[in-house]
Design a protein around this ligand. Sequence first.
Ligand code: UDP
Ligand code: MG
Length: 309
Amino acid sequence: MFSLIIPVYNESQLIDDLVARVVAAVKTFAGDYELLFVDDGSTDTTVEQLLKHRLQNKKIKIISLSKNFGHQAAFTAGLEHATGDIVAMMDGDLQDPPELLAEMYAKITKEGYDIVSGKRTGRKGKNHRTFYTFLFHLLFKNIGGLENMENAGNFSMMTREALQALLSLKEKVRYMPGLRSFIGFNQGTVDYIRDDRAHGEPKMSLSKLFALATDAIFSFSRFPIRLCLWLGSVGTIVFLLAGIYVLVEKILGLAVLGWSSTLLSIYFLGSIQLIFLGIVGEYVFRIYKESQNRPIYFIRKIHEEETKV
Ligand code: UDP
Ligand code: MG
């Protein structure tokens, strides 16, 4: 049994293409399969269209979340409801070519990998985000200390054992590619060129992407807090030396009325303190989130029974 999880949020323009391409691709390698569409609170006709396809193909299952929870939460919902022995996750905008699933499947079943991720070797079309994405992955690779992370996104496939490990990580702030890398196992990659979105606008706004990036960095890296400590120590030494200098000048009677240097150091110290209060705040916020212990998503309805729609 093979499960494919696809989060969709207001993707009515490309559902028909998506279903056609995905079904064709999955049929080539999997006998028994399920396609789990996680509707992340869509407000357009996405669900109606999926239900129409479901009339023809009962392997299409739909999990409707109670509102928009974000696509990492949608993936989590899908992973928790998947029943396959091998489970894959993929974006619903056809940027991840479904035809690649066969290659991933072969790597798992024939070459003994537990987790196979799509590794982007390039991108097609106009993509103003390439630079941000590049910067993010570079930063994340260097400060996150996680292997296999460069240019890996959500597109991936794993065995039931790996999935169980992934699902046992219960944190609320979820950055899937990071969690996937964290659990270990025998991990492989499949290279691909990322397509342009087939239709419609990106559903991850720049602010959602920014939130994802901060989640990724703050939940997987000690770097921000190290930076505080490091800059703080350097600052202390510098100001100690400056203090000695000021005292010596004073004693020698050379001191002038330097309001500019006073103001500058106040500004400097003030801004550094604000930055680090912000960084500490990020951690406190995340601790707060975890301690609230709220569910990651709520389900409004599941369409999955084989008999009725
Ligand atoms: N998505 C979602 N919930 C959201 C935002 C996006 O389920 O809040 C889905 C979206 O429908 C798509 C996938 O996640 O299938 C990736 O979204 P998008 O293409 O906008 O992200 P990007 O390619 O910019 O990372
Ligand atoms: Mg996309």
